[in-house]
Design a protein around this ligand. Structure first.
Ligand code: PAF
Length: 274
């Protein structure tokens, strides 16, 4: 496994592997089984797997969230070695952003709902960093988790408009035994809050069981109240899977989205309803 931090080293490695298909797994480190599953999918589909580790400041709307973001580079490299990743790219901020040529992407409805309203500027930051990575690496495939479903839609839009040759692949959410969606942020939960957090998936499952097109507003309220019993919810919303709008056709694919806080740790999750 090669570990590189400079653009020149990255380019040299890419030149050598130019006849191989490339799978790219971007991460902010503190790797868990969710990341491992993205790597497994990349290794299945491509000849050469690149993982990046970079905590991207431009996507944090909250400075304390950035400051508290967990870091474990040694352990991450150990995991990546175990997973037989081909190349790890760990650039610093200037290396990535110094020659940035910003691109304009309009996100439409995706930028006015759910995470976009709660974390102003977040998706613009994700787009900025991924545009840089995509330009540098030009992978055949890039892999993202279903837990961050809105992020997946945003990146799909970015790829469609600016990087049509890159296939964006969504991989299913990995869960703890309790049902909690795996996330680097889970490491900040106390034992007591970790216990409480399993209720989030229970509420989503309750929603799936009881979903009916005509009762969806009532169900949103019920689920919001259920979340409020053990945490400080930001939203519980039922929306179309393709555009995240909540009006229109009965026969669309619906999905429920939840965001809630446990002692300052912000957790999100979602479930396909039909
Ligand atoms: O999902 C993440 O960890 C980040 O948003 C990503 C895609 C690595 C961009 O910084």
């Amino acid at each position: 496994m090669r570990i590189v931090s400079q653009l020149q080293e990255l380019n040299e490695a890419l030149d050598i592997e130019s006849n191989k298909s490339i799978g790219f797994v971007p991460t902010m480190g503190f790797l868990h089984h969710g990341h491992r599953s993205l790597i497994h999918e990349s290794k299945k589909r491509s000849d050469f797997t690149i993982v990046s580790i970079f905590i991207n400041p431009t996507q944090f709307n909250n400075q304390s969230d950035l400051k508290n973001y967990p870091v474990s580079i040694e352990k991450d490299l150990f995991i990546l070695e175990q997973e037989k990743v081909d190349l790890v790219f760990c650039p610093d901020f200037d290396t990535l952003y110094n020659n940035e040529k910003p691109i304009e992407i309009t996100l439409g409805s995706l930028d006015n709902v759910l995470e976009a309203t709660k974390r102003k500027g977040h998706f613009q930051g994700v787009i900025r960093v991924l545009s840089i990575f995509f330009k540098l690496i030009n992978p055949n495939y890039a892999f993202f988790g279903e837990k961050d479903y809105q992020q997946y839609l945003v990146i799909n839009q970015l790829a469609k408009k600016s990087f049509p040759e890159i296939e964006i692949i969504m991989c299913p959410t990995k869960r703890e035994q309790s049902g909690l969606a795996m996330s680097s942020r889970n490491s900040r939960l106390s034992a007591e809050d970790f216990e409480k957090s399993k209720e989030i998936f229970k509420v989503l499952t309750f929603c799936k069981k009881n979903f009916d097109y005509s009762n969806r507003e009532e169900l949103e309220k019920t689920c919001m109240n259920k979340l409020a019993k053990f945490s400080e919810p930001e939203y519980f919303e039922i929306r179309h899977s393709d555009d995240l709008l909540n009006n229109g056709g009965k026969f669309k694919n619906w999905r429920a989205f939840a965001a809630t806080n446990l002692a300052g740790v912000r957790l999100i999750d979602n479930i396909a309803l039909i």
